[in-house]
Design a protein around this ligand. Structure first.
Ligand code: FAD
Length: 285
């Protein structure tokens, strides 16, 4: 973890682009609430296969016009160089200079992988075409990506993204801080020294968390799963327990040198803000 201590911690919030008028209004409210906490930036996710692509651009440009610092996610699977270039051009013109560069996942039924196979190719393309204009974040997987051939292959593939020009990384969420520390140590031993910011998922609904975690390969430790299961529909107890577990893990991560936290807010301010206040984070901007 030594390499991480030299970075000034950054705290950020992830949002997703809403599809309905009601969702758009709710997101406006959520970001106003979250902005009071003074995050370094907001990121906005990007749907693979076209589902929410336009919504990402609209949301990002609206937030930019309101004065927020925004980092759009951009996934390349199923896309072409031309399409990716058009989006990057729009961000470039709008003065948006931070991108979360991803491969993404092909939606079921879509067979064409497109012109980019991996996120490292997207990172290389951004560097080739826009030089150093963008600060590029990439994804990291302390519990390893579900499609990785092996642990070592996944680490090497992560290194490819950094070697291609990524500046820093945000992790998939996890509830086992040791997985993160171990991952960072493995990266250090490969000579990587970029900030690797833990992705934090507040615990809201047990069934939703199980569904997400199954698909993205994040492990819910047995004791946490059992405890959450035992609360059934008692949302207040799920939240109270989740806040204790997640805040405790964040404290440990920061204490041991994690270079900030990135919250998966799920477009809701409440739980993220509670964790933030318990941690007493004074974000610098
Ligand atoms: P990559 O880094 O390309 O890796 C994907 C897999 O391919 C891994 O198993 C890797 O080991 C392997 N691989 C990489 N390079 C090679 C190579 N050269 N040869 C062989 N194998 C290789 N998804 C979205 O659709 N929209 C979003 O906005 C979004 N935001 C995210 C934000 C964060 C912080 C994280 C952690 C994930 C996000 N995702 C998002 C999910 C992500 O798109 C998926 O996890 C996807 O499956 C992998 O994307 P990646 O960029 O990590 O891919």
């Amino acid at each position: 973890m030594q390499s991480q201590r030299k970075f000034k911690p950054t705290f950020s919030f992830e949002l997703f682009p809403p599809q309905s008028e009601q969702g758009i209004e709710k997101l406006r409210q959520t970001r106003r609430q979250l902005a009071q906490l003074n995050p370094k930036y907001f990121s906005v996710t990007f749907g693979a296969g076209g589902s929410t692509r336009e919504h990402t651009l609209e949301t990002v440009l609206e937030m930019q016009s309101e004065g927020y610092t925004v980092a759009p996610h951009l996934s390349c699977i199923g896309s072409t160089r031309e399409k990716i270039h058009t989006i990057l051009e729009k961000y470039h013109e709008a003065g948006i200079s931070q991108i979360v560069a991803l491969r993404g996942d092909l939606p079921s039924g879509m067979a064409q992988a497109g012109e980019f196979r991996y996120a490292s190719e997207l990172v290389a393309y951004i560097r080739e075409t826009f030089g150093q204009f963008f600060h590029i974040e990439v994804a990291a997987y302390p519990e390893y990506h579900p499609q990785a051939r092996s642990v070592q292959a996944d680490l090497e593939n992560f290194k490819r993204k950094i070697d291609a020009g990524a500046n820093s990384a945000i992790t998939q969420y996890f509830y086992n801080a040791d997985a993160y520390f171990h991952f960072v140590d493995s990266c250090e031993s490969m000579g990587l020294s970029v900030p690797i910011v833990p992705g934090i998922m507040p615990i809201n609904k047990f069934s939703q968390l199980m569904r997400f975690s199954d698909s993205c390969g994040a492990e819910i430790p047995r004791w946490i799963r059992k405890k959450l299961e035992s609360y059934g529909d008692d949302t207040a107890s799920v939240h109270a327990f989740g806040l204790d577990v997640v805040t405790g893990m964040c404290e440990r991560l920061l204490h041991q040198g994690a270079p900030g936290l990135h919250f998966y807010t799920m477009n809701s301010a409440e739980l993220t803000a509670k964790i933030w206040r318990r941690l007493n984070i004074q974000s610098e901007v």
